[in-house]
Design a protein around this ligand. Structure first.
Ligand SMILES: [Zn+2]
Length: 464
């Protein structure tokens, strides 16, 4: 009996090894296809250079939707359609400007003069403008909400400067972002509560340049909706230094406002499953991007990855067992209405969603994936580590998916995952004017697509 049991165990081990060998060979074919014939870089160039920034509601959003449909069709989708949703329509409305004024350090015999210095600022997304007249007020700097509360009696009629630095001791910059982004999100309303006229937020970055980084903010329903801008890091450091020497005032002018909600779309392409056509695997990124740049790393690369996976599967004649949906989501940046709509419709149609994967952390070299899954599912996934490692994507961790697929997880309990590229340079570009095509590396982009395609292949083959 024992011999037979050993024999059976041995057999199943070798069957497993054979399967792993098959998988590793097929993933190698995916890799060769993408490295030799890849279109991800060309697609990214088209999206970023021919269209550029494509915020929800903008004319460029419509161009991007048309482009997306066209590319998905040309790439060989069995079916392509637009899924309509209402999206917010915030417009910047003009150039954002700020000038700082200070008195030069008085020394014997020199008259005190007022000195002006331009600051590199950008209005935060969803913020309302100053109106035709600029706001001019003294600056009060704070480094935390605790300090804001401590200084609450000094804020009336002032501009609050949130100089909260990215914590550079975190090895993963997303953790620094998580801590700091609350000041961008709710800093304006918290300062308005004490009578502040506007806020200036240190950019969410630890880069060495002075580019300001925009991004979504939100007003609460209680306090005045005061203007909010982000300032470049060099200017933020300069303001901090200047305030140690004496008072600093800033004149700022912004023009942001909302137009009525408008129609946007998720752009969806599908490869129909051979065995389970009514069970879905979703892979996607978001099509919208902030206006100051081309939305290359955020999230043109996620779009390029998504389309490239379909292209590689078609080129290899691979027929997935499950239906795979390639989704270019609408409005991630200032509303996530696309992701919500996708989940809503999946719920309404009682669709069975097996897995969803998003790429929205840049087009850098792959490191791995984060998973929002059960213990059992994760135990299964971890067995694929050695298959993903050769492409740099062997770091499989719990936690972290993507804003566009989290509604699907929440409403349908779909297991989800986020692609994790190397994160060190992401916040150099994120929502800033330098998030352009030139800052994406072709091979790194391709390796990302390979890793994602490999994971989709494995989930399709083995389920979760
Ligand atoms: Zn993004």
């Amino acid at each position: 009996m024992r011999k037979i049991a050993l024999l059976i165990t041995g057999l199943s081990v070798s069957v497993q090894l054979l399967a792993q060998n098959d998988d590793s060979l097929f993933i190698r074919r995916i890799a060769n296809e993408i490295l030799l014939n890849g279109k991800a870089y060309d697609n990214l160039r088209e999206l970023t250079k021919n269209i550029g920034g494509r915020l929800a509601g903008s004319p460029n959003m419509v161009k991007a939707e048309n482009w997306g449909q066209d590319v998905l069709r040309k790439t060989g989708a069995d079916k392509v359609w637009l899924q309509q949703c209402m999206v917010p329509h915030w417009v910047r409305g003009g150039k954002d400007e700020a000038t700082a004024f200070y008195l030069n350090a008085p020394s014997k015999g020199i008259a005190v003069t007022r000195v002006a210095k331009n600051l590199d600022v950008i209005a935060l997304g969803n913020s309302l403008g100053t109106g035709a007249k600029a706001i001019l007020a003294d600056i009060v700097e704070v480094n935390s909400f605790t300090e804001l509360e401590a200084k609450k009696d000094q804020l009336k009629g002032k501009i609050v400067f949130y100089n909260v630095k990215f914590n550079s001791t975190y090895i993963r910059p997303f953790e620094a972002y998580r801590d700091a982004v609350t000041y961008r999100g709710s800093g304006a309303s918290r300062a308005a509560k004490y009578g502040a006229l506007a806020v200036i937020v240190r950019s969410m970055s630890h880069s060495t340049d002075n580019n300001p980084h925009t991004g979504a903010m939100r007003y609460d329903s209680i306090n005045a909706k005061i203007p909010a801008v982000a300032v470049g890091l060099k200017d933020a450091d300069w303001m901090d230094e200047q305030l140690k020497k004496g008072p600093l005032s800033v004149s700022m002018k912004t023009n942001g406002h909302f137009l009525p909600d408008t129609i946007g779309h998720n752009v969806i392409g599908e490869l129909t499953g051979s065995t389970y056509p009514d069970q879905y695997i979703t892979v996607g990124g978001h099509l919208d991007s902030w206006d100051p740049a081309e939305g290359a790393h955020d999230d043109g690369t996620g779009i390029a990855h998504t389309i490239e996976i379909m292209r590689a599967f078609k080129a290899l004649g691979f027929h997935p067992k499950h239906t795979i949906r390639f989704v270019l989501f609408a409005n991630e940046e200032n509303g996530t209405r696309g992701g919500k709509k996708y989940a809503e419709e999946a719920m309404a149609k009682k669709e069975k969603h097996v897995f969803a994967l998003e790429s929205d952390a840049g087009g850098f070299a792959p490191r791995g994936f984060g998973f929002e899954v059960t213990d059992d599912q994760f135990a299964k996934i971890i067995q694929w580590k050695s298959l993903l490692e050769p492409y740099g994507a062997g770091n499989l961790v719990r936690g972290g998916d993507g804003s566009d697929i989290e509604s699907l997880r929440e409403s349908l309990k779909t297991p989800t995952s986020g692609f994790l590229p190397d994160p060190q340079r992401y916040f150099d570009y994120h929502h800033a004017r330098n998030d352009v095509f030139e800052n994406v590396n072709k091979r790194e982009l391709e390796l990302g697509a390979i890793s994602m395609a490999a994971l989709i292949y494995l989930v399709d083959k083995y389920g979760l």
